[in-house]
Structure formats: structure tokens, C-alpha cells
Design a protein around this ligand. Structure first.
Ligand code: PHE
Length: 340
């Protein structure tokens, strides 16, 4: 029986040695150590042994079982480790791999300017509101006190959709919408697209952008208008930049003015860039809200007064970024847009 046990051990150890899968080890364990296993059968047969032989063989059998068990355990660790290595190799991620840069978009310089303008006016206590690009003729012209024969109303200046609708020619109709919906005190700005029947050249485009401002309250004066716009201009372009208010005419403001800013190049001294005038550009139109406009919106001009202004955003963007051709803003050329 002793030989039988030793032979069994040798055979089993050999089988364990060549095993490559955990399932093969399990097979060996069941076949040898299991309830119906070979070693179990040997141990069961010990009853037939003599009194002297029994403890000797018993001890040997225990040793054989321990050795097989520890051989199984060791091999299990080796196989598991080996399989892990294979798996890790298969799943390896090359963290240095060049995947190509992901392309995120760029903010359009026009909208960077819009955001800057809105944020400057927010700081001054203005609400930022929205208005539609398709307007009624009524809001775009009539409510804004345009006389019936005003040249802008003609088909040569304005894109009409039907008799009552058009692509807004300025952001001023947002004034009307806001005054119809809100009671004074009012402080709002509204930026967006505007449309005019213009031929394209370096500084003109049939689609362009404006930002409108409106303040209505008790006791609002021209001084408030001038101070607010001066503050805005200095915040936008720098404290050294001066403004000039020139009388002008708009149907919806009285009095009205256009505002120029001093030349950024010579700061007002006069240079080639500004034709030696010291003034570089016409920045905006403004004025005190016409009493008829307030009345049209149900606001009593005897109690309330207000000022309004409107300016082109495209021109401001072009000056800020040194862009000399308005077409570049609308061509959608990636090479241009990627610069900002
Ligand atoms: N809507 C005028 C324009 O497009 C600008 C403006 C706005 C003037 C508000 C006065 C007050 O030229």
C-alpha cells in the first residue's frame, strides 16, 4: 500500500505540473481528493490493514494528501498569475498614443463682442432682453413714429415678407415690445441681427448686428444719456477715449444725436488715420425717447421720460480686432475664425 500511495503521489504531482487551466486543477482535485477520489478510496481501505501498519500508512496518506493539496494551491497561484499576465497584455492601453486633437469650435468674434457689450451694460444696471428678427411693420416703423412717407419704409431699403411683416431694419422695435410689456422704470439692452437692402462692400452687409438700449423713468434727462454713454465708451475702449455728440435726426427720438469717438491712433490730436480730424468713427445714434413713442406704448410723457441708443456691433468688432473687411465676419472661413 505504501508503494501504491507513493506512485499515486508521483502521478498526481506530474499531472498538476502539466496543468494549464484552473479547470484541469479542479479535475485533478475531484478525481484524487474528492469523495469518490482515488486517495479517499485508499484511505477507506485502511480498515483492512494490520494494527501496526495502520498508523504508518495513515500518516503517509496524510502526508501525500497534504503534498497534493499544497501542489494544487501553488500551481493555482502560478496559473492565475500567468492568465492575468496574458489578459493584461491583451487589454493594454497605450497612453502615449496620438489620437489626433479633438476639434472644439471657436467663438465668433462678433458674439464675443456682443457678450462684452451686454456685460458692460449689465454692470450699469441694464436688463439684457431678446427680440425677434422678423418684425411687424407696425413695431419696426409705425410705433416708432416714422412718418408714412419715410424713405426707409420703401421697398428699396427694407426686406418685406408680406404687407405686414419684414426683416427688422434696426433693433429699435425691441423698445416697443419692451415698453408694451413692462412698466417704467425700464433699463434694457437688446442685441441681435438686423437687415437692410444694402450692397456688400468692405463696410456694408445686408445682414449686420446692432445693440439697442432704452431707459425710461421719472426725470430722465439728456445729461443721463450723455453720462451713461460716456461711461460705456470709456469702459469699452479705455479711459483716454473721448466722445462727441453731434445733432442728428431719428423719428423716434427728440432731440437726437450721433456719437463719435476720438481717434484711437492719435487720441484726438489729429493724424493720417483720422484725416487730421481727431475723430475716428461714428459709434452710435441716440436721443431722448420721442413723446409720441412713449404715448404709443401707453406711457404718459408728462410723467416719464427716457433715452435710447443704438449702435452697430460689426463696426465695433472690426475696430477691436483690426478687421478691415466686413465680409470676413460672414464668410465662415475657418482660417479666419480660428484666429480668435
Ligand atoms: N435705430 C437707429 C439706427 O438704426 C439707431 C438709434 C437707436 C437711434 C435708438 C436713436 C435711438 O440707426
Amino acid at each position: 500500500m505504501r508503494e501504491e500511495l507513493l506512485a499515486l503521489k508521483e502521478r498526481v504531482i506530474e499531472q498538476i505540473k502539466i496543468a494549464e487551466q484552473p479547470s484541469q486543477l479542479e479535475e485533478v482535485r475531484v478525481k484524487i481528493l474528492g469523495k469518490k477520489g482515488e486517495l479517499t478510496a485508499v484511505l477507506r481501505g485502511m480498515g483492512k490493514l494490520s494494527k501496526e501498519e495502520r498508523p504508518v500508512i495513515g500518516q503517509l496518506a496524510n502526508e501525500v494528501r497534504d503534498e497534493i493539496e499544497s501542489a494544487l494551491k501553488d500551481k493555482d497561484i502560478i496559473i492565475t498569475e500567468k492568465l492575468n499576465q496574458i489578459r493584461i497584455k491583451k487589454e493594454t492601453v497605450d497612453v502615449t498614443a496620438e489620437l489626433g486633437k479633438s476639434k472644439t469650435g471657436y467663438r465668433h468674434p462678433l458674439y464675443t463682442t456682443v457678450e462684452e457689450l451686454e456685460s458692460l451694460f449689465r454692470e450699469l444696471g441694464f436688463m439684457v432682453v431678446d427680440g425677434p428678427e422678423i418684425e411687424t411693420v407696425n413695431n419696426n416703423f409705425t410705433m416708432l413714429n416714422f412718418p408714412e412717407d419715410h424713405p426707409s419704409i420703401g421697398l428699396s431699403d427694407t426686406f418685406y415678407i408680406d404687407d405686414n411683416h419684414l426683416l427688422r431694419t434696426h433693433t429699435s422695435p425691441v423698445q416697443i415690445r419692451y415698453m408694451l410689456d413692462n412698466k417704467p422704470p425700464i433699463r434694457m439692452v437688446s442685441a441681435g441681427r438686423t437687415f437692410r437692402y444694402d450692397d456688400v462692400d468692405d463696410t456694408h452687409s445686408p445682414m449686420f448686428h446692432q445693440i439697442e438700449g432704452l431707459v425710461v423713468d421719472k426725470g430722465v434727462t439728456m445729461a443721463n444719456l450723455i453720462e451713461t454713454l460716456n461711461l460705456f465708451v470709456k469702459n469699452l475702449f479705455g479711459a483716454e477715449v473721448e466722445t462727441r455728440f453731434r445733432p442728428h435726426h431719428f423719428p423716434f427720438t427728440e432731440p437726437s444725436a450721433e456719437v463719435d469717438v476720438s481717434c484711437f491712433e492719435c487720441l484726438g490730436k489729429g493724424c493720417e488715420k483720422c484725416n487730421f480730424t481727431g475723430w475716428s468713427m461714428e459709434l452710435l445714434g441716440c436721443g431722448m425717447v420721442h413723446p409720441n413713442v412713449l404715448r404709443n406704448c401707453g406711457i404718459d410723457p408728462e410723467v416719464y421720460s427716457g433715452f435710447a441708443f443704438g449702435m452697430g456691433i460689426d463696426r465695433i468688432t472690426m475696430i477691436k480686432y483690426g478687421i478691415d473687411n466686413i465680409r470676413l465676419l460672414y464668410d465662415n472661413d475657418k482660417r479666419f475664425l480660428e484666429q480668435f
